[in-house]
Design a protein around this ligand. Structure first.
Ligand SMILES: [Zn+2]
Length: 619
């Protein structure tokens, strides 16, 4: 306690505006980090890195500012695959360091002997060409085909493959960076840009400078470099992407300002000044990554009709849940994703109405129920034990949808008049901190439940957090529009012609649902041909509908879906789409050779986040 108070006093003098007082609380123990933050804890990272697209390495230095206990003799950082050249003190003395044994998933501890005084060290290093966080694309792998491209993906514990720091979501850090790239590439980071056009530094190189004054978990430090164009969408919003995709992306994202206004009504003021969106090349393994100030998204959301912008509502919601209030460990991942899934749905309701929000919520709930039936019961708890495992294994629909179901149930129990002020207050009370599930429970009891004993019993928090499955108390979600799709699926499976189905004016989510229902029904090849010919499903520009249709075709071993399937699996690298399709194929003797052939051709174009998952499926 005493050390904590002393640190707080020291920080208050040195950097009053960059670190809130809560960050001096010792972070929760994190089984996915080697750091010993109670002894010495990184508070700021200053990067000076050069990108070499020929050797596929970032190289240079990271200067770390830290707070320390007076008796601390070492600082421990997380690294994986970094080549450490030397470590220097503030007065440029060489400091002793050692790398610990390599541990699966986690990498190696970098243990540095601290000088007797000082609060800053510099690590000189370079990344390995196969750093898991970094994807280096050849010009051929981009939309424009003329220039190489680099982007990072730090979540969950990949930042340590490009920055030697304490890589735990509970150890928040501010950062600044100078990144040098060959001309004419430009650089975007999850920080304020100080030199939007860069500065020529000779030898056909250009440097870009950035600054992030608000403390973030290290997984949110992000970079992209390529032939990037920018278009403003509103006073604080805009889109970055390759010039070839700019027009299309700007059209699809034109509701962004409205979306932020809707989110602020629920979460309180947007605190990160700008909200830009970077539309990445197709290999991006996720739908989106909520990097602060600039969300990274897959181009598969560009459906042409804004039908997939709920993904953007999700990433925007993370500006509150995840980025402002962060899960302290990956076992508390639902605090990021459950809150965000709930929040996303409220944004969609405010912008596009209750029926659409209800469709999305119902699709999410159905997915949860299907997934949980096939999962180990222990992994269906919200507070999950990931010791000895890759935190990525916790990325199932449980933290998202069971977490959202808990908040939907709370909302329905107390009504929005009580629930909404609590939610806004929760973001305020914990702003710029990382919290555990236990802290959530304390907040909920003190600020929402208070002395409402009946509510406490009705909610049954232990059943949500520590027990498997969906608690009986979970509020039901049911979309009438999806019930219509159910009816049509039933009619079709019983032999009705596709042209006789009542589908006029259907939302894409209804199509998705219809196809999801048909996947488990024994349809004949002529029925499948009828469905595809009538609705042109194989040619759908909506990636969710195409995905759902391809799964129907694969389930029925329907040869005409193989060409569109091959195009889809080689044309984008989003793991959410890849994993189920490869899994479906590998389940049958018919599908196995198809999966192996397509994967052999596509693997090198995928990000390692995706290829590591698919390596375990296609053997
Ligand atoms: Zn999310």
């Amino acid at each position: 306690m005493l050390a904590g108070l002393l640190l707080l006093a020291a920080l208050a003098c040195a950097r009053p505006d960059t670190l809130p007082p809560m960050t001096t609380v010792t972070p929760a123990p994190d089984v996915h980090s080697f750091a010993r933050p109670a002894e010495a804890r990184v508070t700021h990272v200053s990067l000076d890195l050069q990108a070499d697209f020929t050797t596929r390495r970032l190289g240079g230095r990271a200067t770390l500012t830290f707070v320390r206990r007076p008796d601390a003799s070492e600082i421990v950082l997380d690294t994986r695959g970094l080549e450490i050249q030397q470590v220097l003190s503030e007065d440029r003395q060489v400091l002793a360091f050692r790398l610990g044994p390599a541990v699966q998933h986690l990498g190696q501890a970098l243990v540095i002997t601290l000088p007797a005084s000082g609060d800053r060290i510099t690590v000189e290093y370079r990344t390995s060409p196969d750093a898991a966080a970094l994807q280096w694309l050849t010009p051929a792998q981009t939309a424009g085909k003329d220039h190489p491209y680099l982007y990072s993906q730090g979540q969950a514990i990949l930042t340590r493959t490009w920055i030697p720091t304490q890589d735990s979501p509970g150890i928040r850090q501010t950062y600044d960076a100078t990144i040098t790239v060959p001309r004419p590439l430009s650089v975007v980071m999850s920080a304020k840009s100080l030199t939007p056009d860069g500065t020529d530094v000779g030898n056909r190189q250009r440097a870009y400078r950035f600054k992030m004054d608000q403390s973030v978990p290290p997984y949110l430090i992000a970079i992209a470099a390529g032939d990037l164009a920018f278009r403003a969408l509103g006073p604080r919003t805009g889109v970055y992407t390759e010039p070839a995709m700019l027009e299309r992306a700007a059209r699809e994202l034109e509701d962004l300002e409205q979306m932020i206004a809707a989110a602020e009504t629920l979460g309180g003021p947007y605190r990160w000044q700008r909200y830009d969106v970077l539309v990445l090349p197709p290999s991006f393994p996720y739908g989106g990554m909520e990097n602060p100030r600039v969300t990274f998204v897959t181009p598969t959301i560009l459906a042409g009709d804004k039908s997939l912008v709920s993904l953007l509502a999700h990433e925007l919601a993370h500006s509150w849940s995840g980025n402002l209030v962060t899960n302290a460990t990956w076992g508390d991942f639902w605090l990021n994703e459950g809150f965000t899934t709930y929040f996303e749905n409220r944004i969609m309701e405010a912008l596009y109405g209750k029926p659409r929000a209800l469709m999305l919520a119902t699709l999410g709930r159905d997915q949860l129920v299907r997934d949980m039936a096939a999962m180990a019961p222990a992994d269906t708890r919200l507070s999950i034990d990931l010791e000895g495992r890759d935190p990525d294994e916790g990325t199932t629909s449980v933290p998202y949808e069971k977490g959202a179901a808990l908040l939907q149930t709370l909302e329905s129990a107390v009504g929005r008049e009580r629930f909404d002020p609590w939610l806004r207050g929760y973001f305020n009370r914990h702003a710029f901190t990382s919290i555990t599930s236990k802290q959530f429970v304390v907040d909920l009891q003190q600020e929402l439940i208070r002395d409402d004993k009946a509510l406490l019993d009705a909610i049954d928090l232990p059943a949500w957090l520590d027990q498997p499955g969906l608690p009986a108390a979970a509020v039901a979600v049911r979309s009438p529009a999806l019930a219509l799709a159910d009816d049509q699926a039933r009619r079709f499976s019983k032999g009705a012609a596709a042209s006789s189905l009542a589908v006029a004016g259907w939302a894409p989510q209804q199509w998705q649902h219809l196809l999801e229902q048909l996947r488990t029904v024994p349809l004949s090849p002529s029925q499948l041909r009828d469905l595809d010919a009538t609705f042109r499903l194989s040619a759908s520009g909506n990636s969710e509908i195409l995905f759902a249709w391809l799964r129907v075709g694969v389930a029925r071993q329907f040869p005409p879906v193989v060409p569109p399937l091959e195009r889809f699996l080689t044309g984008q690298g989003r793991r959410k789409f890849l994993r189920p399709l490869y899994q479906d194929l590998m389940q049958t003797a018919w599908g196995q050779p198809i999966a192996r052939r397509i994967y052999a051709a596509a693997r090198s174009s995928y990000h390692t986040v995706s290829s590591q998952t698919i390596d375990g499926i296609v053997k």
